[in-house]
Design a protein around this ligand. Structure first.
Ligand code: GLU
Length: 335
């Protein structure tokens, strides 16, 4: 086996040498380039969205020589940091997290503005979703007091949203609740097993995690975020907007109507260090195959080109900008 391998290597090297001697420099064969998209938990929407993007781009990998792979991660904050560190080339990130990273706020307060961060586009809306066990006696937001509540793992987008909404409602997340820092993919089972009373997840709908949480033996309900709390949040933070949880996706939940809350958007980011042509190729493939992308996950059905240029804070990456200018989409970008 080993010997055979060496023989093959030796023969190939000899052929390459002969080729080089006879033909001069070997013809330039473009090498495949590999890039990775950081997503979220496997039962969220980021992970299937990343998978859908990679499927679309990889279809033409022999033409453009870019191969996209997807990684399940802890979420938005992790993704920004991994893209900034050069560990990942792309990340799906909540719009509020993009804003905070760009301006050096919240998790980035000590490290400062992430000046290499670049935006590509945005995707589906995500709403802050609070799921509680009926038997835990949580009917209103204020009933969370004294309960065991998963606010999200450090690295997730939702952790900041949970802290913001609890704070806006006058609930001290470190004292008035028993906070847990679980990943979103683990929370539904923990809720079903009675090990937590409620959890927050900022996610598009429908999502596998929320389906899992609502379809178990333990009855659950979505807890609306009170209007005045939503108003406080949207007045204070530019990236929050009122939103709803469409109840039609979760027929097993106790609620019968859409649930009022607030939300953000999922956005697609990269680093200024990622080559222009790679970003151009991926942007172009996303936009030119949007109808196919929309069919790949029910939460993506509402995607629309114009709206996909909104919710971005960091400057647009030159590779994405090149595509937007080519097709005249640049006029929809916030000046
Ligand atoms: N919004 C979540 C986060 O940034 C991820 C949601 C998802 O994976 O769909 O952490």
């Amino acid at each position: 086996m080993r010997k055979g391998f060496f023989v093959v290597v030796a023969v190939l090297s000899a052929l390459a040498l002969v080729g080089t001697v006879l033909l001069g420099t070997p013809p330039a064969v473009a090498k495949m380039r590999y890039v990775t998209i950081g997503t979220g938990g496997v039962t969220g929407v980021y992970y299937p969205l990343g998978g859908a993007i990679s499927k679309i781009v990889n279809k033409k990998k022999s033409v453009h020589k870019v191969r996209v792979s997807v990684e399940s991660t802890g979420g938005s904050v992790f993704n920004v940091n991994a893209v900034m560190a050069g560990d990942l080339e792309f990340g799906i990130v909540q719009s509020d997290r993009q804003y905070q990273a760009w301006y050096g706020l919240k998790e980035w307060k000590d490290v400062g503005p992430q000046k290499d961060l670049r935006a590509i586009c945005s995707f589906h809306p995500e709403s802050v979703t609070l799921v509680a066990a009926v038997e835990a006696g949580i009917k209103t937001f204020y009933d969370l007091k004294g309960k065991r509540v998963n606010i999200g793992n450090p690295g997730s987008g939702q952790r900041g949203n949970s802290i913001d909404v609890l704070t806006a409602a006058g609930i001290d997340w470190q004292k008035d609740i028993v906070p847990e820092g679980l990943k979103a993919a683990e929370a539904p089972k923990m809720l079903q097993d009675g090990r937590i009373d409620a959890f927050f997840y900022t996610v598009g709908h429908p999502s596998g995690a929320i389906k899992e949480a609502t379809s178990g033996r333990r009855k659950v309900r979505f807890i609306p975020i009170p209007d005045d709390v939503v108003k406080k949040l949207t007045d204070k933070f530019p990236y929050y907007a009122p939103a709803i949880i469409p109840i039609k996706f979760y027929p097993m939940a106790e609620n019968k109507e859409d649930v009022p809350t607030f939300g953000v958007k999922a956005t697609f980011v990269t680093s200024i260090k990622v080559p222009e042509d790679i970003v151009y190729i991926i942007t172009k493939e996303i936009f030119e195959n949007l109808e196919a992308l929309k069919k790949m996950h029910p939460a993506l059905g509402i995607l629309e080109k114009r709206a996909m240029l909104q919710g971005l804070t960091a400057p647009i990456h030159p590779g994405a900008m090149k595509y937007y200018r080519e097709v005249g989409l640049d006029k929809y970008l916030k000046k």
